[in-house]
Ligand binder design. Structure first.
Ligand SMILES: [Zn+2]
Length: 159
């Protein structure tokens, strides 16, 4: 049974709106989702957008981060006591992993979740049309996209 990722609905909608705004309908945009693990639940607390780690993160049209950006990210994790639960980025087209996505996990740690949102996160964002992939290590991923994502990704209201 895979971990569940819980994101309160208002924060989820705000995240989608911010990804949409930062990509401007022209480039990909992305963020790390930070929070805490509690048993088999991953509780989202805040996100860190790629362009806040590196202002040029989207300049090629796709999301690219270098070592400096990761240094900043680890600094935020240290000072906040949070860990990276997942990452999310947008695609202009379908929310399927690109070859680059597959070969270059943002966090190469088994269990890491990578979310992809189609159409630069244009409204409305349908959860069952999102890409959801779990990294298994050694460049292997499990595709949990589509309706399967409902078992993992919970963006409803909860306490
Ligand atoms: Zn991608």
């Amino acid at each position: 049974m895979a971990d569940k990722l819980l994101i309160p609905r208002d924060q989820w909608l705000a995240l989608m709106a911010e990804l949409r705004r930062r990509g401007g309908g022209r480039t990909e945009s992305g963020a790390f989702l930070l929070g805490k693990r509690q048993g088999d639940r991953r509780l989202f607390e805040r996100c860190v957008f790629y362009d806040d780690l590196d202002a040029n993160a989207y300049s090629t049209g796709v999301c690219i981060l270098y070592a400096d950006a990761f240094e900043r990210l680890w600094g935020i994790c240290r000072s906040s006591g949070l860990q990276v639960l997942a990452d999310v980025h947008t695609h202009g087209g379908a929310a399927t992993q690109s070859e680059a996505d597959r070969r270059n996990p943002m966090i190469a740690r088994p269990g890491h979740l990578a979310l992809i949102v189609e159409r630069f996160a244009r409204d409305p964002v349908w959860r069952h049309r999102m890409g959801l992939y779990r990294y298994e290590g050694s460049h292997a991923w499990t595709n949990l996209s589509g309706w399967r994502s409902r078992r993992i990704l919970n963006t409803g209201t909860f306490t």
